[in-house]
Design a protein around this ligand. Structure first.
Ligand code: 13P
Length: 232
């Protein structure tokens, strides 16, 4: 089972350091098959020791260059970062990342051999239109993406469940992951209001190989309790 923490625009360099110290202590007894990923803001990247993989929430598909406000491969290499989130709905929606741009990033970081957590997810109106509409929407988010890439992890994050406290239902997650399983053989994560109270139920769903957690990951003890609470 994979437990990935997406801090988004939360935590500082100092608080990330404290977080990772606490987390490392708390997860010392976790099973080795439970993999932990931490995606702090770019300002908090560093050389941390511990039983977790440090990744980046975003980067520009270039070694370096004139891309104001962005970080590229050169900045990631300084911290030995080899894992990246691509396609998060917040970047698609708030920052206007098109499928074309997302696919370009994917191709670049794939060529560099990065492990990629590729995020997909539908808005509420698509979910309300029914399962077929959801499938079509999600499959369109694989346009230009090599779904056979061996270092791919897919995260299904319904937009209406992100940060709302309203997770998708067990049935919604199960049927969506079953559909995705026909297209990808990579691990499938669920994201959207996953928390210590629902982790056991989510972890038990077929074709759920892990979770991508926002709000509930911000507190190290809470996140650690999810890792132990999943009972998988
Ligand atoms: P929440 O856990 O806050 O709903 O966020 C999920 C998410 O977007 C993780 O990438």
């Amino acid at each position: 089972m994979i437990f990935a923490a997406n801090f988004k625009t939360n935590h500082t360099r100092n608080s990330t350091k404290r977080y990772l110290d606490t987390l490392s202590e708390k997860i010392a007894a976790k099973k080795s098959e439970e993999k932990v990923y931490i995606f702090p803001p770019a300002t908090a990247l560093g050389h941390y020791q511990g039983d977790f993989t440090l990744g980046v929430q975003n980067a520009y598909p270039a070694q370096n260059g004139a891309f104001t406000g962005e970080i590229g491969l050169e900045q990631l290499e300084e911290f030995a970062i080899r894992t990246i989130l691509i396609g998060h709905s917040e970047r698609r929606e708030l920052l206007g990342e098109s499928q074309e741009k997302v696919a370009e990033k994917f191709a670049f970081f794939k060529a560099e051999g990065f492990e990629i957590i590729y995020c997909i997810g539908e808005p509420l109106e698509v979910r309300q239109a029914g399962d077929e509409a959801v499938s079509a929407y999600l499959l369109a988010q694989f346009e230009g993406i090599d779904t056979a890439y061996e270092k791919l992890i897919v995260a299904y994050e319904p937009i209406w469940a992100i940060g709302t406290g309203r997770s998708a239902t067990t049935e919604e997650i199960a049927s969506t992951h079953q559909t995705l399983r026909k297209t990808v053989s990579s691990p499938l994560l669920y994201g959207g209001s996953a928390n210590p109270d629902n982790i056991q139920e989510i972890a038990a769903i077929e074709n759920v190989d892990g979770v991508l957690v926002g709000s509930a990951s911000l507190d190290a003890e809470k996140f650690a309790s999810m890792i132990f609470g999943a009972k998988c």
